[in-house]
Design a protein around this ligand. Structure first.
Ligand code: DGJ
Length: 724
């Protein structure tokens, strides 16, 4: 997959579907001469290179005629893998290294490269893994500083994915500082794309935002200390005419859970310059002699056939090459979570009654949410004290009750936080971020623990471990209910506070990494005030993430659909709640396109509601694994484009398909022939809408006819097609 033409100095990564070519120019810069559909043969780039010309003919200028011209190429507009910083190229370098003399100049030049099978190990950070991967590793050295940069570019045989990252090595005797250390640069010779990103807030995560790539600088970023509800690290650029099935689409994500910045720059030469990685705001990393720094990996998915192909590539990549949970191919149990039913107000008897009634809904895993530990009867106290509040709940009895009914049991933690009203805070006020300031910001009545300090991480690890040794739970919900403020750690000297944002993320990974290694069978579900840390870094450890605290279809239709553009349904934590705006069957149908579960007071459900919900649980049991968890997802109608949403999953053997059509606002009777996708043309399928049997061809061309219904708000059709 990776070939190097020594004479032409062109390294090409090509998996037969996508291609990426890099030219090592005379000055030692890496020019990105191509990224797109597979070319197979890269010798044309060689032909263009005659004396006095360059591998990238489109950038040719006559020597000496331009200020940007140096060393045989035009440095301020050539498409590069790493723009130098402090020279004539002002597009925005991915890396800035400062020497002891205070200089910002960073000029990394090629020294060598190698190719190898497999993906690079990134110490301390979640990273891509798996079969069928090859990596090119370039070694570059700074012109003045004794710093070596390693650029890793991996390509996968069975997925249209490129993974990029850097590491930096100080091989000198003086300390240097990384003032910016992003994961990648990608320069494209055209800029007429739209940029799609997913902004939002609590309960409105991942709104679809589509704007033209503009002249000058554009940024999608988080500086909240977590990947955030405000912006998600998944973004894509698309040709303006691209649809779900056609056009060029390039998706980007980061295997990281902290501050990020995706930045585009379009300058006078009309090329698109992209840098992506850790947000450089308040970032500065001291690299001592002999030390290394590794950036998170950026993942680029390429599609010449529309948004869905990119989306499906991310789904497969996340499941096969990012997640590590040993059972991630397994059936996901129907989950009942206590939170929205009783919040903090429960005792043992109430929870036992919840378990009994949850069983009637087809529940297979019961989760006791917030409120079981310390003095936690509201959000004002208890965080940090991970001992069971035995005067409130008899957890052994609760767990025995679950086991007797064949249910698994799970519990809630929020490891990175502390309430001022807690034993932990009273004993160790210095464990919080910002300690020593005259005021620290409270958010949801809690402080952020200083997870940059390994002693703090060790304390929480010991507490959780003691709990897990006594209570053999099957599942943990790992919550994170505030953003980072006062990013000061007293465990580090004044001149290293620029490391704290990133060190907090490293602390999170170190704790969750230790726990998943110690307890590989426990499934951890990520969460952060709903979906505030929905990212590939978390997915490395957690096979699912609670998608949003909003389960009402009014917002949830969009949240669910948009999240699934970048993330597989198998990881989208989705529950039916008791919001009154839509029927239980509508909410259940939506939750089915994720990890199905419930979150309400089950004692209050009527016989009819129980029947409605357990019927959907039956569909989940029958089809989740083959069709939704391991099948292919097609986005048929986007809720941001019209009045309804339609998604369809097809099993990999194409023997079954589940379709969800959901209306948003009341709408008159009209033609609605939904053209399905991905079926086998000649197979015959019976659908549960009208019991009719048609060929795949029929469903994909004539369509599934639901035009004879007058639709009200959130009216929906959940249709299962099975091969006859
Ligand atoms: C926020 C989560 O999103 C909820 O599901 C719930 O776990 C609460 N935190 C508990 O405090």
């Amino acid at each position: 997959m990776i070939r190097y033409n020594k004479q032409a100095r062109i390294l090409a990564l090509d998996n037969g579907s996508i291609g990426y070519a890099i030219y090592i120019n005379d000055a030692g810069y890496l020019e990105t001469v191509y990224f797109g559909k597979s070319l197979g043969d890269y010798s044309d780039f060689t032909c263009a290179r005659k004396a006095g010309e360059y591998a990238t003919p489109r950038y040719s200028v006559a020597e000496g005629r331009d200020v940007g011209y140096r060393d045989g190429f035009k440095a301020d507009c050539a498409p590069l893998e790493i723009s130098p910083h402090g020279l004539t190229d002002k597009r925005g370098a991915p890396v800035i290294i400062r020497g002891e003399d205070g200089s910002f100049i960073t000029d990394l030049r090629y020294r060598s490269h190698r190719r190898y099978k497999g993906a690079p190990e990134i110490p301390g950070l979640p990273h891509a893994h798996g079969e069928g991967c090859e990596t090119a590793q370039f070694v570059l050295e700074d012109r003045a500083l004794k710093v070596r940069a390693h650029l890793y570019i991996s390509i996968f045989a069975d997925k249209d994915v490129i993974v990029k990252s850097f590491s930096f090595e100080n091989y000198g005797k003086k300390r240097v500082k990384l003032a910016r250390a992003m994961s990648m640069q990608l320069d494209l010779p055209r800029a007429d794309y739209d940029l799609v990103h997913f902004g939002g807030r609590w309960s409105k995560e991942r709104d679809y935002n589509c704007n033209p790539v503009v002249d000058g600088v554009q940024e999608v970023s988080s500086n909240l200390g977590r990947s955030s509800a405000e912006e998600n690290p998944f973004v894509f650029i698309k040709e303006k005419k691209a649809s779900f099935d056609s056009g060029e689409v390039i998706g980007f994500n980061l295997i990281y859970s902290g501050n990020f910045k995706f930045r585009t720059f379009v300058g006078p030469f009309r090329g698109l310059h992209i840098t992506y990685g850790i947000n450089d705001e308040d970032f500065e990393w001291a690299l001592a002699p002999g030390a290394n720094f590794y950036t998170p990996q950026a993942v680029i998915a390429y599609s010449a056939e529309g948004i869905d192909k990119m989306s499906q590539t991310f789904h497969r990549f996340i499941r096969e090459n990012a997640m590590t949970y040993v059972h991630d191919r397994e059936y996901k149990p129907v989950l009942f979570n206590s939170w929205e039913g009783c919040y903090f107000n429960f005792d043992t008897d109430l929870i036992l009654s919840y378990i009994d009634d949850a069983c009637k809904l087809g529940t297979e895993l019961f989760v006791l949410d917030d409120g079981w530990f310390g003095a936690r009867n509201s959000d004002r106290a208890g965080l940090g004290d991970w001992q069971v509040n035995k005067s409130k709940i008899d957890l052994h009895r609760v767990m025995a009750h679950c086991r007797e009914r064949g249910l698994r049991f799970g519990i809630w933690f929020e490891p990175e936080m502390v309430n001022p009203d807690s034993d932990l805070f009273r004993a160790h006020p210095e464990y919080t971020l910002g300690w020593g300031l005259d005021e620290i910001s409270l958010s949801r009545n809690q402080f952020h623990l200083d997870f940059a300090n390994p002693a703090v991480v060790d304390n929480i690890y010991s507490q959780i471990k003691a709990f897990l040794e006594e209570y053999k739970v099957d599942y943990i919900k790992w919550d994170y209910n505030r953003t980072v403020a006062e990013h000061i750690s007293r465990a580090y000297p004044a001149d290293r506070q620029g490391e704290i944002y990133h060190r907090l993320v490293l602390g999170y990974y170190s704790l969750i990494g230790r726990l998943t290694r110690d307890y590989p069978d426990i499934m951890i579900e990520g969460c952060a005030s709903g979906g505030g840390r929905f990212d590939m870094g978390t997915l490395y450890y957690c096979p699912q993430i609670w998608c949003s605290d909003e389960s009402d279809p009014a917002q949830r239709i969009d949240i669910q659909f948009n999240t699934s553009l970048g993330y597989p349904l198998s990881c989208i934590g989705s529950h039916v709640n008791d919001s009154k705006m839509a029927s239980y069957s509508a909410k259940a149908a939506l939750a089915l396109f994720g990890t199905y579960g419930y979150e309400m007071n089950p004692n209050l459900l009527t016989e009819g509601e129980i029947a409605e919900l357990s019927a959907t649980a039956e569909i989940y049991r029958a089809h989740h694994n083959a069709v939704i968890e391991n099948g292919t997802l097609y986005h048929i109608c986007a809720p941001y484009e019209g009045n309804y949403m339609c998604m369809q999953c097809v099993s990999s053997d194409k023997s079954a398909s589940v379709v969800l059509f959901m209306n948003k606002l009341k709408e008159l009777e009209r033609y609605r022939f939904i053209r399905l996708k991905g079926l086998s043309a000649k197979k015959r399928y019976r659908n549960t809408l009208d019991g009719a049997v048609h060929t795949g061809d029929y469903y994909m061309n004539v369509g599934l006819n639901i035009s004879d219904t007058w639709l009200t708000e959130f009216n929906h059709r959940l249709i299962v097609l099975t091969e006859e």
